[in-house]
Every structure is written in C-alpha cells, then in structure tokens.
Design a binder for this molecule. Sequence first.
Ligand code: 6PG
Length: 475
Amino acid sequence: NQAVIGVVGLAVMGENLALNLANHNFRTAVYNRTVSKVDDFISGRGAGKPVTGCRTIEEFTAALETPRKILLMVKAGAPVDACIAELLPHLQPGDIIMDGGNSFYLDTVRRERELKKQGILYLGVGISGGEEGALNGPSLMPGGNRDGWPAVEPILKTIAAQVDGVPCCEWVGPEGAGHFVKMVHNGIEYADMQLIAEAYGYMRDALKFNNEKIHRIFSNWSRGELAGYLLDITSDIFTFKDPESGALLLDKILDAPGQKGTGRWTSVAALETNTPVPTLTQAVFQRNLDADKELRIRGAQLLPGAAPDENDPMTADEIAEEISALESALYCSKLCAYAQGFALLKAAEREYGWPLNYGELALLWRGGCIIRARFLNDIKAAYDREPGLENLMFDEFFRDAVKRRQDGWRYAVAASALFGAAMPATASALGYYDSIRRADSPSNLIQAQRDYFGAHTFERKDRLRGEFFHNNWTH
Ligand code: 6PG
C-alpha cells in the first residue's frame, strides 16, 4: 500500500497539510528529522488516517509510489538544501520535489535548475492560509518545472480552498514564479495589515474610541466592500479577553511587531526591478520602526507633537463622517497596495521572463490565503476586462470607486497629520495615487539639479525622448 505523496517536516504547517491530504484519502508518508515527532503524529492526530510514518529517509522514499511526489515543509533557507541533499541519493529521474515553505524565489530558481540536471522535477509552491488553511484548504501557488505539474495537479487542486467550485490553486509559471507570487502576496499582506492597524490607531488615539466601538466599526466594515479574512480576524481580536486580567487581550500585547523576511524581500525585489511599491515598503519600514519600542518611548518624551483641541467634542454626524472617511481611506489605500503588488508581478515578466496571468492570480487569492477578500473578485473582473491593464488603478470599476471615496481618503490623511497620529502607509498610498495621476511631476527640477552639479544631462519637453542635453549652469 504505497503512499501517493510524502511530506517532510512535521511542524504545524507540515502536519496540517499531511492531515489535509489524508483527509482527502491520499495515502501520505511522513518523515521528520526528529523521529519522535513522527511517532507522536501517527499515534496522535494522524491515528486512524491513511498516513505512513517513516523513521528514516530510506523508509520514506521506499514508501512512496513512483514517480515520487514529495512536499518539503521545512524552514526556508539552508534546511531546504540540506533536506534535498539527504533525499537525492534515494530518488530517481522523474521524481518530484515540491518546496511548500516561504522560500526566497531566487533560491528556488537555483534549486530548480540544479535538480533539472539530475532529472528531478522541482516545484516551488507558495502556500498561504496559515495553520487553519493548511488543514482545511490553503491557497496554492505552484511554479517551477512544468513537467512535474500533471502528476501533482489533481492532488494540489483537491486539497486547496475552493471558491464557487474553483480551486484556489493554478499553475503560476516557471522557475521561481510560485515563490515570487507568494512573496508578493506577503508584501500585500504586510500592507493590508499595516493599513488596518493605522485605522485602529487613528480611532484609538485621535478619535478616542473605546474598544467596543472599534470592534463594532471593524465588524461593520468586514460586512461591506472591504470584506475579507484580515478584517474578520481583526474584528474577532476585539472580542478576546486576557485570561489573567480579564482586560482585552489586545491591550496587553506589546506593540513590537515581528517579521520573518518575506515583506522585506518584496521591497528588495521592487527596488531591484525599479518598481515603485511605496505602500508595501512603508509597511515593512513601519514594522522596523515600531519594533524599537525604546526609541519610541524616548521620542514620546522628547519630541513635540500637534496640539489638538481637546475641548471640542464631535457631534454624532461628525463622528459618522470620520468613520466613513477612514473606511474610504482603507479601501483606497488597500487598492493602491494591490496595484503596487500587481505592478511588481508584472516586473517578473520583464526581469525573469515569467509571464503571469494576473486575473488567475486574483482567483488564487480569493480563498484560502491571508489576503483573501471580496475585493479580489473585482480585481479578477478588471483583468478580464483588460488582460493587459497597465495599472490596476486605471480600471474603470476602481476609478469609479476612488472617485466616490477620495474625499474621505484625503480628509483622513490630512486629519491624521494635523492630529499627529501617524498613518504612514495610508499617506504613502495617497501619495502614490496622486503621483501616478500627475502628468507633470516636479522631477524636471531633479534633472536640472543633477545636470547642474554633475553634468548628468537631461531630455527636453520640446524634443524627442532619447536626446540628451547639458547646460553650462555655472557661467
Ligand atoms: C500566509 C502567511 C504566512 C506567514 C508569513 C508572514 O500566507 O499564510 O503569509 O506565510 O504568516 O510568514 O510572516 P511574518 O509576518 O512573520 O513575516
């Protein structure tokens, strides 16, 4: 009774994916370096399910039907290489290795190329959805050696999240495309989270709303155009009490965010491909800045801020307007974050020759993943209307949405600045929007400065592009 697929690595994601596979009746072999984990799994959560526990790599590779289909769920980086090296002597040409971790896409490019020489079909599979998604249906972004796809397609599509009968799993592209797409997903995830946190900060610090009120607002938003997983869990977070003190747990959590690197990689990839993703990058910077709690405590003592008029209570209408402005700001900024993310996906075609199907990616992200949201259907529709869409903001549906909401967006950014309650990602999104709609930017001045101090030359508005001029500024 050979196993259809094997999972290496039984940390929480690996364990849950193995259970997901077994729950769909794919006999699954499992292996983990620390063998006690295998024993625990077989006698615990895996008991009574079609799983085969393997205590050595030899046992594991022998337990698999050929061509072998192996899903690596180990920590990104050196452990992936170590795992591949351990497996290789026991594999044969035609076997398939899938890396389901958050691997750096250029590592995946390298591994795919190296393994191809040995006849091993390597796939980098972006997996999103956290623990719950892994168990009940994640969003899967497979890429790499396409020859490996037909054998794993039915399995991956079965265990993926399904939305309207369509699996959130589709072939993404060659080499590192799967992990590149997952990386951009995470860049958007960072921005999405930061934008929600900024709305919370404004309500808490500028509007002085209590937690109950903030909870009601988030839960209202999560039923409207902004509906999606991150708003759902945000609203839920406002209901959790700290078992120790009985206070809201959120109020006890230290405001020092962590990060594992995927957001940073997104920004690095954007810088390297000259793709402006200011809102995504601002979200990474903000995690860095907020992580330094001590600096902010000193800053709070030393640095003067705005002095809002505390004696001017707002009317109910004014409060409603503030909330509506914030919702508009969140919607429009989120749209900018997606526009930036999709622009970076486009850069993958320019830079690496991986043409991606943007509408299809929106479908992959409709369910299972962290950024899943109603909004993704509108993005899919935008790419259906115009597959070659230059920028997501140019789509007619979104242009209309921004037209209706931009006053609120502008008000929220201005009010947060006047109050001194930082909303840097929201403000950067507005800056992005106003920049891409400005035919005449002030960077003629930058060109003049560059030519002035360094004879870097400039093109002229009244001449053809590509003709360069220098002015003798100092005489
Ligand atoms: C997902 C998540 C998941 C993980 C990331 C982000 O799509 O399921 O993105 O992969 O949460 O690693 O983690 P950090 O916030 O720690 O970078």
